[in-house]
Design a protein around this ligand. Structure first.
Ligand code: ADP
Ligand code: CIR
Length: 343
């Protein structure tokens, strides 16, 4: 492979940090799963509108391709290679009274973490057999959960297109055919090995073998962020006792996208801010101050509808789970105050 050409208006972290020198130093390097630099950068090469543009095939990718991954990790999370990541999943340390007790602004709250299974490659480098084995193990473990976490696993294979569409529309299921994941090799053998577990109320869900082998999700209508975090922590602990998670002392939980390392946690609200959004620069400035990311209401790379946005913590590595959720809470409190003021 030759050094890739990027369009002049390319803003991805890949085109920013893949200098010809870095490319020359890393070309020809392979991890023990046979994952190459070419595979790691394919998503950003084929999709120059990527914000990041790289994926890891295994934990070793983060070590062997550090000359590319480290500056991306630092630019995204503010985490320097000499920093150490810490975890804190103690809900008692999160200060999150409902920022919207009247239910005027926050439609729903969702907190998810990404997890992969120890001893397997990550999705971009996994074989079909390994992926299927993970599905079997994870689904079997999930189906032993009890009380409010009890539920069923629904494989994507055999799910009717109508059911699939309704689950996606209602924000419970991942979408199909994402071009960033496609180029990363994450959609190989689709839909085999993929599926969704959920409890009866759909307040606890697990996506299996999407971008990560597990996306563990706690969600519910309204703004009780503390309750959503408490359920998430209980679920994560229960799953961890059944399936061991891939983790590194330096980078925390290992995920295929470097933006998800560390806590692998995204705590979000769907929130109506129609007035504030009219002054988009001010909206962005408040979010930037609290390290929050703005997404549309159908997830990443989607648009807002009716002034409703998905607001979440941007940093996931070098902050604890409690700190990341706290950042979101504080930002949301300020966004609501500003929206009220503008009314
Ligand atoms: P991820 O959260 O896994 O990084 P996406 O941004 O693609 O991925 O979002 C996945 C799904 O979760 C989308 O359908 C999105 O609308 C939904 N979602 C995210 N936050 C919330 C929320 N606070 N309430 C309801 N649905 C949400
Ligand atoms: C991209 O580079 O745009 C996609 N591969 C998604 C990156 C993850 N985005 C994010 O900001 N967390």
């Amino acid at each position: 492979m030759d050094y890739p050409t990027f369009p002049a208006d390319c803003r991805s972290m890949l085109c920013r940090f893949l200098t010809p020198e870095v490319f020359d130093a890393l070309r020809g390097v392979q991890t023990s799963n046979g994952f190459t630099l070419e595979q790691a950068i394919r998503s950003g090469v084929e999709n120059p509108d990527s914000s990041i543009g790289v994926y890891a095939g295994d934990g070793e990718s983060y070590i062997l391709y550090a000359a590319l991954f480290d500056p991306i990790i630092e630019a995204y999370h503010g985490f320097h290679p000499s920093d150490t990541h810490r975890s804190d999943l103690d809900p008692g340390r999160l200060n999150a009274p409902n920022p919207d007790p009247e239910g005027e602004f926050i439609l729903s709250t969702r907190i998810r973490v990404g997890r992969n299974v120890a001893g397997f490659p990550l999705g971009p480098a996994i074989t079909r057999e390994q992926r299927d084995e993970i599905e079997t193990r994870v689904a079997a473990g999930l189906e032993t959960l009890t009380d409010d976490l009890a539920g069923r696993y629904y494989p994507l294979t055999g799910m009717s297109p109508e059911t699939q569409r309704a689950l996606i529309e209602d924000h419970f299921l991942f979408k199909e055919g994402d071009r960033f994941l496609e180029s990363a090799g994450l959609n190989r053998d689709w839909p085999s090995g993929r599926g969704l577990y959920h409890n009866h109320d759909k307040t606890f869900l697990v996506w299996v073998n999407e971008e990560d082998q597990m996306r563990i999700i706690s969600m519910q209508p309204g703004g009780d962020i503390a309750a959503v975090f408490r359920r998430l922590v209980r679920a994560v602990r229960a799953i961890e006792s059944r399936v061991p998670f891939a983790r590194s002392a330096h980078l925390g939980y290992l995920t295929s996208c470097p933006t998800n390392l560390g806590t692998a946690m995204r705590a979000s609200v769907h929130i109506a801010l129609p007035k504030l959004a009219e002054d988009y620069e001010r909206f962005e400035a408040i979010c930037a101050k609290h390290h929050l990311q703005i997404r549309g209401i159908h997830g990443e790379h989607s648009e807002s509808v009716g002034g409703v946005y998905d607001i979440s913590n941007r940093r996931r590595l070098g902050v604890t789970e409690v700190e990341a959720a706290q950042e979101m809470v504080e930002g949301v409190v300020e966004l609501i105050a500003e929206e009220k003021h503008l009314r």
